[in-house]
Structures are given as structure tokens and as C-alpha cells.
Design a protein around this ligand. Sequence first.
Ligand code: PMP
Length: 396
Amino acid sequence: MKLSNRLLNINGGGSDGWEVFLEARRMIDAGQPVVELTIGEHDTRTAPDILMQMYESARSGNTGYAEVPGSSTLRTEIAARYQRITGVKTDMDNVLVTTGGQAALFSAHMAVLDPGDIGLICDPYYATYPGVLRAAGADLRRVATRSSDCFLPQRAVLETTAQGARSLLINSPNNPTGVVYPRETMEMIADVCIKNDIWLISDEVYDSQIWQGEHLSPRALPGMADRTLVIGSMSKSHAMTGSRIGWIIGPARAIEEITNLSTVNAYGVPGFLQDAAEYALKLGPDAEQKVAEVFRTRKAIAEKILSKSNTLRLIPAQGAMYLMLDIRATGLSGEAFAFRLLREALIAVMPGESFGQSAAGHIRVAMTIEDSKFAESLQKLADFAASLCKSDNLGN
Ligand code: PMP
């Protein structure tokens, strides 16, 4: 039987850039000691007291259907957190709870794009973004960036690509680059959105992981509250990736309408998980910092090791749990480098090309293993890169 074009179109056809990752998984399954620095999953698990809340909530009977937009107490807590971080007045009517940030991304695009509308994403991008836009039936247009600009979108490029577009998806702190958009960039983006009457979808799931600079939500900028949908999640801030609690923050009318989408595709998020999320948010910023701190430490370890490398260039690591390394001095593509690193040094990283053409010749390293093993692996990676240049010099 024929499947829908919408469905078949989601992965866009061709290579999706995940071959290195899949090869690493095969090698691990075959018993090889591969060090995995690929996906953004904490090496710590959800804290026991948060798990206890889940259990107690379920035991007390919260196992039935939950309110579709999320419990009013959780929505209020999410609004308060956003207001505390950004200073923008936000209340529960501005918040819809979703099954993770991923469903929030999909719902937000479904909310603002009709089939055939043009949706923009900044390249490099988080790997699911193109599929989200295609699943929403949109025409995907990429905003190219350059390594030499720290992958920040530039006005001239954005102004050209924005013509005729309905939405722009941005992500700061950024996965995969680790860059935090400065105020000037956010203001430029807001200006282009207002001039072109574009919805801004701002993925802020890494807002608790800031190593340098400050997190600025574009919803806080003049004229932006009515055209911005903010994507948030408990996944990264509280090491709750498996709990699938995320949200959209936006204009109350949009939230009310997007709730209809949640009614037809999920009918709410499990109540006991919502209760655990509410408890976790009430622990305040210190609990979030505790989760983030391990990555700050590893970023410092990496900077020390990489400062001695003449081959690898680290894109300034300002936030999120990733490092983006420019490996072009080795003469290899990101994919070729990642494949050789995997086969010859048993270290798995993501090729930059998995996240779009703007990150070609780069690799992304997830800082998601224990400190001493992380330091050892990065040193091995740096030595491997240096050895490639040496053999090149010898004409081998
Ligand atoms: N946005 C970005 C940039 C991400 O990296 C991720 C997960 N890695 C998500 C959204 C989705 O996160 P979740 O669904 O776990 O909330």
C-alpha cells in the first residue's frame, strides 16, 4: 500500500550523515572498546529525588489522563522559570507542555507553516531540524554560516534567504557548534523577522549550559513577543532526556490553538512525569547548575589540551555540551576524519557534515564521558590529527 509523501519525505533521501555513528554502534555491539563522543546524552542519570517524586505521584494515583496543555502548576512553574531567566512577564497561558523539546519543535512548525510555505533553519543545525520542517510539509531553506564567523548568521545572508519565508528556527546555545548568540546577532535576527513578517522559533533547550556570555531569549526583544515561539525542555537542564518533558512558550492565542494539535497527537503528557518535572523546577537554578557544571569542567580540560594543538582549531566553546573542531588542516573532510578516527583510534565523534554543509571539515565532540577518560580521549584525538599532518608532510 502506498504511504504518504509527507512520511516518505521526512528523511529527505540520500545519506543522512549518520553513517559514522551507526558504524560505531556496530563496532561496540561486536565488542570493540569504542569511546563514544557522539550524542548529547548526559553520563549522569536523573537525580534519585526526582525519580522518587515520579514514583510517589504515580503511587498516589496520578496515572490517568492528564490535562492536555499540561497541569496548571507545571505550566506556572515553567512560566516562572522563563520569567526569572529573561525578565519577560510570562504566565501559564503562555505555556504548553509537550512530549520533550522534539514534539515542541514539531508542533511549533505545524502551527506557523502551511504546506509549501518556506521555513528557514541556520546551517549547521541540530540533526532533526530538516525532518521536522519536511514533516510539517514546509519547503526547507538553509541559512548558510561560516566557521570564520563562529557560525553566527550574518545579516546579508539572512536578509536574502528570508525573502518570502514564514519562519526562522534558531538555536542558542547552539548544538552542534557550542556558540552562544550575542545580543547584536539576536537583535539583527529580530529586525529581519519583523521586516519580513516571519515567525521566530527559538530553540533554547540548552539555556542552563552557558560557559561564556549570557543567554538572551529573543522573545525579550522589542516587538518579538507576538512572533516568537520558544522551545524548552527538562532534558538537558535536569538530565531528564528519557522523561520527555518539553514546552512551547508563546502568545496565549497561539498556545491555545497549538493545544488542539496536542489533543490529536498525544492527548497530554503523563501526569506523574509532569509532577516530577514540577518538583525538579522548584529546586531552582542551583540544581540546574549542578547538572551543567560537569560540562564546564570538561570544556576547560579540552581547552587546555587543544591549546597545544597546531592542527585542530576549537570554535569558541561558549555553551551546550559540545565542542566543534575545525579539522581542515588535516586535509580530510569531517566524515573521512571521523571514519579514520573511529577505525584507527577507536574514538567516535560526529562529522560536521551530519549537521549541514556549513560545518564541512569539522567534527563535533560531545563532552559526555567521565573527566579522566574524556581528557585521555581528547589527547588521543589531538595526537591522531597531528599524525595525519606529519604523514602528509612526508608525502605519505
Ligand atoms: N533541540 C536541540 C538543539 C537538541 O539538541 C535536542 C536534543 N538533543 C532537542 C531540541 C530535543 O530535546 P528533547 O526532545 O530531549 O527535549
